[in-house]
Design a binder for this molecule. Structure first.
Ligand SMILES: [Zn+2]
Length: 390
C-alpha cells in the first residue's frame, strides 16, 4: 500500500445533490446500510498458526482486510495484512513516532478509543487490493474526504473506486423522496440505538495528563477524614448491602470479560514466538511449557501427551457396573467375609454385632472364632459401653 496522498476528484460525480446527501450520512450510518460479517480474531490467529505450521508459501497465505474505527470521531482506517493482529499492534507502536495521519490519530485519541475489526479475507494480492479499495470507498475513509485516515484509495485499484462511488450515488438517486426520508430516519434511529446499547462514541475517553494532575491535586487537597466520617462510611456501606446485580447484567459483564480475554489471547497467539503446537490450543507467550519429541506444548497438552501418548482427552471408560448392582453385591457379601477379615462394622450383620456385644469371650478369642478384626470388635464394644453409660 502506497502512502502518497492523491488529489480528490469530486467532479466525476454527476449529481451534486446526491453527493451532499451522501456526505450527510456519517461513517457509522454508511456502515449500517450494508454492514460486514466480522471474522473473529481467535479464528484468524489459529489460521495464521496453521499456515505457518504447514509452511505455506508467503504468496499463498490468507490476506485479511481490517478496519480500525475511531470511537470519538467515527473516522475509519482500512488496511490489509497477512497478520492483521500483529499489524494493529505495530500501528500502535509506530504511532509513538510517526507523521502518518492514522498514527497521529492513534497518538491523539489513544489506541483504546479505536475499535479494531477484521472484516474480510482473500488469498491473493489482487483480490486484497480490490477488497481494500472496496472498503475504503464503502466507508469513505479516504483522508481527502475528511472522514477517514486512508492516504490512498487502497491497493492500486484506485480508478475502480470512482465507479463504485457512482454506483452508490446512483443508488441514492434511484430512491424516491419518501424512500430517502425513510432511509434517513432509519439511519438516525440506528445511530440512536447504537448510542443506547453500545454507549456514546466518546465513552471510555482518556484523560489528558494535565486533567489527571488537576484531579489528583484536588483529591489530595481534600481532608478525607472530615468527608468520610463514621456516619458517611456507614451509609455508604448500607446502601451497597443486599444489592443484587440482575442476572442479565451479570451475564453481560461475564460475556464482556470473556470477549476481552479472547481478544488478548488472540493477540498473544498471533504475535508471540513461543506457543503450544497442539491443534486449536491458544496458549502462547508467557506460560509453562513441556517439550515432547522436540515439539513445544503447553503444560496441559504436554502432560497429556506424556501420560496418554495422544493430545486428545482419553474417552471415558463405559460404566459396566451400575450403582444398583454394586449395592446388591455388597448386600450379598455382608457377613460372609468373602476371604477378607472385615475391618469395618458396616460389613457385619446384626447377628454378628449382637454376638460381639453379648459374648463374654476375650477380644482375641472372638476375633479368631468369628474371623473379624480385633480393632473392629474393640471399637464396637467401646461404642456399646459408651451408649449404655450415656
Ligand atoms: Zn496447549
Amino acid at each position: 500500500m502506497t502512502q502518497e496522498i492523491q488529489p480528490t476528484d469530486n467532479k466525476n460525480l454527476e449529481d451534486q445533490d446526491a453527493e451532499v446527501n451522501l456526505l450527510e450520512i456519517n461513517a457509522v450510518e454508511v456502515a449500517a446500510i450494508e454492514d460486514v460479517i466480522l471474522i473473529s480474531p481467535k479464528d484468524v490467529a489459529k489460521k495464521i498458526r496453521e499456515e505457518k505450521r504447514s509452511n505455506t508459501n508467503k504468496e499463498d497465505r490468507t490476506i485479511y482486510i481490517y478496519r480500525a474505527k475511531c470511537l470519538i470521531n467515527n473516522k475509519i482506517y482500512i488496511g490489509q495484512s497477512v497478520n492483521p493482529i500483529a499489524r494493529w499492534q505495530a500501528h500502535i507502536k509506530s504511532s509513538e513516532n510517526s507523521d502518518l495521519p492514522f498514527h497521529l490519530a492513534i497518538k491523539k485519541h489513544g489506541a483504546d478509543n479505536f475499535k479494531f475489526d477484521i472484516i474480510d479475507s482473500c488469498n491473493n494480492t489482487d483480490a486484497a487490493n480490490e477488497l481494500e479499495t472496496k472498503f475504503v470507498t464503502k466507508y469513505d475513509s479516504y483522508i481527502q474526504n475528511g472522514k477517514g485516515y486512508n492516504a490512498t484509495l487502497g491497493g492500486y485499484n484506485a480508478p475502480k473506486s470512482e465507479a463504485w462511488k457512482k454506483n452508490l450515488s446512483n443508488r441514492w438517486k434511484s430512491l424516491s423522496d419518501e424512500q430517502r426520508q425513510e432511509l434517513k430516519r432509519k439511519l438516525s434511529e440506528a445511530t440512536k440505538k447504537q448510542i443506547m446499547t453500545k454507549g456514546h462514541p466518546a465513552q471510555g475517553h482518556k484523560w489528558t495528563d494535565e486533567q489527571k494532575e488537576r484531579y489528583s491535586k484536588w483529591r489530595s487537597s481534600l481532608d478525607k477524614d472530615s468527608i468520610y466520617t463514621e456516619e458517611v462510611r456507614k451509609k455508604m456501606s448500607e446502601s451497597h448491602k443486599g444489592k443484587k446485580i440482575p442476572k442479565e447484567q451479570l451475564e453481560k459483564m461475564a460475556a464482556g470479560i470473556k470477549a476481552t480475554w479472547e481478544k488478548k489471547a488472540a493477540i498473544r497467539y498471533a504475535t508471540e514466538e513461543i506457543y503450544c503446537h497442539a491443534d486449536g490450543c491458544m496458549v502462547a507467550g508467557r506460560a509453562q511449557y513441556k517439550i515432547v519429541n522436540n515439539v513445544r506444548y503447553c503444560n496441559k497438552h504436554g502432560s497429556r501427551l506424556l501420560r496418554n501418548g495422544i493430545l486428545e482427552v482419553l474417552p471415558k471408560k463405559p460404566v459396566l457396573v451400575t450403582d444398583e448392582t454394586r449395592k446388591k453385591i455388597s448386600e450379598n457379601r455382608k457377613g460372609k467375609g468373602c476371604g477378607r477379615i472385615p475391618h469395618n462394622k458396616a460389613s457385619l450383620t446384626q447377628e454378628q454385632m449382637d454376638m460381639i456385644v453379648n459374648d463374654s469371650r476375650s477380644i482375641m478369642e472372638l476375633s479368631r472364632v468369628m474371623g473379624i478384626g480385633r480393632k473392629v470388635i474393640c471399637r464396637i464394644r467401646k461404642e456399646y459401653k459408651n451408649k449404655l453409660s450415656a
